[in-house]
Design a protein around this ligand. Structure first.
Ligand SMILES: Cc1cc2nc3c(=O)[nH]c(=O)nc-3n(C[C@H](O)[C@H](O)[C@H](O)COP(=O)(O)OP(=O)(O)OC[C@H]3O[C@@H](n4cnc5c(N)ncnc54)[C@H](O)[C@@H]3O)c2cc1C
Length: 319
């Protein structure tokens, strides 16, 4: 029986594996996609807002030429960390259920069954988009994930949202020749947008290169146009693609199925903030999955410490 089974091979799952190894505990990481699956699926043009040392795990240096790494460098770093530490990782193996046993847990995946005394859930938040809940959202032209701007050249693109992801999409597709319209619920570009990007988008809106509707919401999407509710009333504009950059959320039903209690307002899971143990003894939460709907509060930067907190607790309970 393993000491720990870690669900999710993202940066924080890998950090948990490193901490377990250092403490001499047996562990296995089970990941449903490729290694660092979420990062792999981020936009290919993406630059982290964190400097590289803040993305380091297990004290292993992350060396980059410029201070903020790009996606490819992060993928290289986490892969090298995993391979050079000979970490036991099962890839393309989704965990489907966890059952409590007398002395631990049985963990079922699409390929096998494992036994572990403790489980760490580090499943992140990037698999399930927050839907708009409007007619036409299921049309193929509506995207919740964005890979590359060239695809949208010479197209009429509506970008919904005003977070970092939405603003990056707006600026990048505009610079590859798309006709971009931003639909923003609030009355300004989010103050959380990267400080070196925010003036760029504000100036593009001011000069009219990118159209923006503030205090507005998308109401309906059709094959060739969309309806936007604006302070001046409902308008219809021609459209080829809708980029619904409205965020993502953790898999709440997966957490509930294992007995983890979620708060009613933001679906925040119940856990001890000193040990990261959930209300289910022996099941720990690590990384951005602890945030409930407040996913913007958790990053690699501030959640990599969960690894040591959890392993320290498991070691303390053993002795
Ligand atoms: C565009 C963008 C830019 C960002 N920039 C930064 C930044 O600059 N600095 C920073 O600190 N943070 C940044 N973040 C946030 C950061 O990427 C996340 O906080 C981070 O990925 C969290 O790591 P994690 O290991 O908790 O989750 P993830 O990286 O999401 O890993 C979770 C893993 O669990 C797997 N999984 C899910 N369900 C199952 C299952 N049932 N069975 C098996 N495996 C499963 C997933 O496939 C995934 O690989 C950014 C996020 C985005 C979207």
């Amino acid at each position: 029986m393993l000491d720990i089974l870690i669900i999710g091979g993202g940066p924080i799952g890998i950090a948990c594996g490193l901490a377990a190894k250092k403490a001499g505990l047996s562990y296995l990481i089970v990941e449903k996609g490729c290694l660092a699956n979420s990062l792999y699926n981020y936009p290919s043009t993406m630059t982290f807002f964190s400097t590289s040392e803040k993305l380091e795990i297990g004290g292993i240096p992350f060396v980059t030429i410029s201070n903020k790494p790009v996606r490819a460098e992060a993928l290289e770093y986490y892969r090298r960390v995993a391979t050079s530490n000979h970490m036991p990782i099962k890839l393309f193996e989704e965990v489907t259920g966890i059952t409590k046993e007398d002395n631990g847990y049985t963990i079922k995946t699409i390929k096998a069954t494992y036994q572990a005394k403790n489980v760490i859930v580090s499943t992140g938040f990037y698999d399930i988009p927050v839907n708009l809940g409007i007619p036409g959202e299921d049309l193929p032209k509506v995207k919740h994930y964005y890979k590359d701007p060239n695809y949208y050249a010479m197209q009429k693109v509506v970008v919904v949202g005003s977070s970092n992801s939405a603003i990056d999409v707006a600026l990048e597709t505009y610079r590859k020749g798309a006709e971009v319209t931003l639909v923003i619920r609030g009355n300004e570009v989010s103050s959380r947008v990267k400080y070196w990007v925010r003036p760029d988008i504000i100036n593009r809106i001011k000069e009219g290169s990118i159209m923006a509707y503030f205090n507005s919401s998308l109401q309906a999407i059709r094959e060739h146009d969309v309806d936007i509710e604006t302070p001046d009333g409902l308008i219809t504009i021609p459209n080829d693609f809708v980029m619904a950059m409205t965020g993502y959320k953790p898999n709440f039903s997966f957490l509930k199925k294992m007995g983890i209690i979620l708060s009613e307002d933001k679906f925040t899971p119940q856990y001890n903030p000193e040990t990261m143990e959930s209300n289910v003894p022996g099941i720990y939460l690590a990384g951005v999955v602890v945030g409930g709907m407040d996913t913007h509060l958790w990053f690699i930067e501030n959640s990599r410490i969960h690894a040591d907190m959890i392993v320290d607790d498991i070691v303390a309970k053993r002795s």
